[in-house]
Design a protein around this ligand. Structure first.
Ligand SMILES: Nc1ncnc2c1ncn2[C@@H]1O[C@H](COP(=O)(O)OP(=O)(O)OP(=O)(O)O)[C@@H](O)[C@H]1O
Length: 359
């Protein structure tokens, strides 16, 4: 298993810079998720680690060796593509065996590895079938089996669950984690789905426009987003961000239907702010000392099973969304409601730069 380090990597296509001096370090055995919106450069970065693209500048190290210019076959890296890239004219067994044969693994060892991975990803009944006779989920497991059988020190996965229906995706996610725990392969996993990222990653790298916005454990990123972009991207529903003007020296920030304390430890605040709070961290009722108060008219109540989602229209027309347990009866569309948010769950961002303001 290997440690990966990306040092100041830039990638240009003509005049377009799709990765901008990116630094990233992945620990041995770690499950690292690259998360970001479409086009932010996740796949490009993964393909560079695989050796399918060359950086314009910078260095890529795997297991302490500089592999920046090493061809893919010499990198000891396995990649699961979004499309699975299985050979259609070969059986599942032949698909898994091919890479092993090319690497000079003996036929006896190939047979034993196939048996082991087939049991691990539960494809033993399909070994003699061709890919077209498999469901999307089964093909995905074959693609995984092919990588695991090779026993590379690094496995790279590009949205491998994106073609699978929602229910099976949840099952496959748990299976991926189980496989990762068993094999201990250093894994880099690309997705644009924040829920998948939160569920899978030991750590998550949040990317945007070719650079890193934040790297951290799912919990760190959820509880302490480094900026307004990460705050909006992580969590469902999204963090509420309400734009507020701040008078210099005032000990609270206020807007129509909102009053929030300003911690003295933050020092001088910029005049233009976002107040951030997660809908599940508010509670109905009046605010106590040190808490923020939000007031408005209940616009829409959505019933989502275990929870209800309440859309509150603030007096200046902004909307805040709250998740509450099912059966809370105080929410009637058209009525006024007020909520309190404990100071520990309030976030402030500089509205101009997006940066989180921290004590
Ligand atoms: N060969 C290429 N030539 C020119 N531009 C490219 C090339 N490959 C990728 N790009 C551009 O680089 C940017 C990053 O692409 P990339 O596929 O890495 O994004 P991504 O984050 O993986 O997106 P998605 O989630 O949609 O797959 C995009 O704007 C894309 O159009």
């Amino acid at each position: 298993m290997a440690q990966i380090s990306i040092d100041g990597v830039t990638k240009r296509y003509g005049a377009t810079e799709v990765l901008k001096r990116l630094d990233l370090s992945v620990a041995e055995g770690e499950f690292m998720v690259l998360l970001g919106p479409s086009g932010c450069g996740k796949t490009t970065l993964l393909r560079m680690i695989a050796g399918l693209e060359t950086p314009s500048t910078g260095r890529i190290m795997i297991g302490g060796t500089d592999v920046t210019l090493t061809p893919p076959a010499k990198r000891d890296v396995g990649m699961v593509f979004q499309s699975y890239a299985l050979y259609p004219h070969m059986t599942v067994r032949e698909n898994i065996a091919l890479g092993l044969k090319l690497r000079g693994v003996t036929p006896t060892e190939i047979a034993s590895r196939i048996e082991r991975v087939a049991a691990l990803v539960q494809i033993a009944p399909y070994l003699e079938r061709k890919p077209k006779a498999l469901s999307g989920g089964q093909r995905q497991r074959v693609a995984l089996a092919r990588v695991i059988a090779r026993e590379p020190s690094v496995s790279l996965m590009d949205e491998p669950l994106s073609n699978i229906d929602a229910q099976l995706r949840t099952v496959m996610r748990a299976e991926l984690l189980r496989i990762h725990r068993k094999t201990g392969m250093t894994t880099i996993y690309v997705t644009h789905d924040q829920e998948e990222a939160m569920g899978l990653g030991d750590r998550i790298t949040v990317m945007n426009f070719g650079h890193v916005e934040q790297i951290g454990t799912p919990d760190e990123i959820y509880a302490h987003p480094a900026n307004a972009f990460v705050a909006r991207f992580i969590g469902a529903p999204r963090m509420n961000l309400i734009r507020l003007a701040h008078r210099p020296g005032a000990n609270a920030i206020e807007a129509a239907g909102i009053r929030a304390p300003v911690p003295a430890t933050l020092g001088t605040l910029p005049p233009d702010l976002f107040l951030g709070f997660r809908g599940e961290e508010a509670r109905p009722g009046a605010a106590h000392d040190g808490e923020a108060m939000i007031e408005g008219v209940v616009d829409v109540v959505e019933h989502l099973g275990a929870q209800i989602e309440v859309h509150l229209r603030l007096d200046d027309g902004e909307e805040a969304v709250f998740r509450r347990p099912r059966g809370e009866t105080i929410w009637r569309e058209g009525e006024r409601a007020s909520l309190a948010i404990p100071a520990a769950h309030l976030h402030l961002f500089n509205a101009e730069t997006g940066a989180a303001l921290r004590a």
